[in-house]
Design a protein around this ligand. Structure first.
Ligand code: URA
Length: 231
């Protein structure tokens, strides 16, 4: 059971409008709690028991989804950086408080599994280097890699330009030709591209298929799916 909260606060924090606007919904009799009309905006309820116009509220207990990020959008919230992943998600999500954010980031030209949540403790938990959460990427390089890269990546000794701590051991699988799969347990800035650049390779295409326990499955680019948060 979730804690009881004021109904106007529930509706406003879930993105249904300003406090003033949602109070009007309540006074107008559009809100029910456990099936009964509740016309006092200051009345308390459990978010999951509240309905507006006969429909349950969206993600009353918080958002945790996997989004198949297409190319050409950024994980930043900054509007000056162009189209954001948040602009491809339901507009109401941007009105929620706490704010919806991605768990880690993918570059503008990287596709694949992006976790999105409003649970900031979960962000911390899934991005903390101490948790060693696996991220799996498929990449196409500018040419077939030398087999020695498998050992170099696994060594735990690869020092990227400008850094003083070597990369944690990473698993590299050569898939034939210029195709590779790489599994990381950290999430440094442009990490995959920089690891290959260290050996003179360019990453021409990068896709993340898995973040921790969460895989894209058959989710199409631009689509999202609700997840059950880790226990
Ligand atoms: N590594 C990168 O270089 N880019 C990404 O988007 C993710 C991991």
């Amino acid at each position: 059971m979730q804690p009881l909260r004021r109904i106007d606060q529930i509706l406003a924090s879930l993105g249904y409008g300003s406090r003033r606007k949602v109070r009007r919904f309540v006074v107008d009799g559009r809100v029910t709690v456990s099936g009964g009309v509740q016309d006092d905006p200051g009345g308390k309820a459990e978010p999951a028991s509240v309905q507006l116009d006969g429909a349950p509220l969206e993600f009353p207990e918080g958002i945790f989804v996997i989004f198949h990020k297409p190319t050409g959008c950024v994980c930043s919230h900054d509007l000056r950086e162009g189209r954001r992943v948040y602009d491809l998600l339901p507009p109401r999500w941007l009105q929620r408080s706490p704010a919806v954010t991605s768990i880690g980031r993918l570059d503008r030209d990287t596709t694949g599994a992006l976790l999105v949540t409003d649970n900031h403790a979960l962000v911390h938990r899934l991005t903390s280097p101490r948790r060693h959460v696996e991220k799996v990427y498929q990449a196409t390089l500018d040419r077939a890699p030398e087999p020695r890269l498998v050992e170099e990546f696994a060594s735990g000794a690869l020092l990227l330009a400008g850094e003083d701590k070597p990369c944690a051991t990473a698993q590299l699988v050569l898939r034939g030709g210029a195709e590779v799969e790489i599994t990381l347990t950290e999430g440094r800035f442009h990490q995959v591209k920089r690891m290959f650049a260290h050996f003179g390779y360019e990453v021409c295409r990068l896709h993340r298929s898995r973040f921790g326990d969460y895989t894209l499955g058959d989710l199409a680019a631009g689509q999202w799916r609700a997840l059950v948060p880790p226990g």
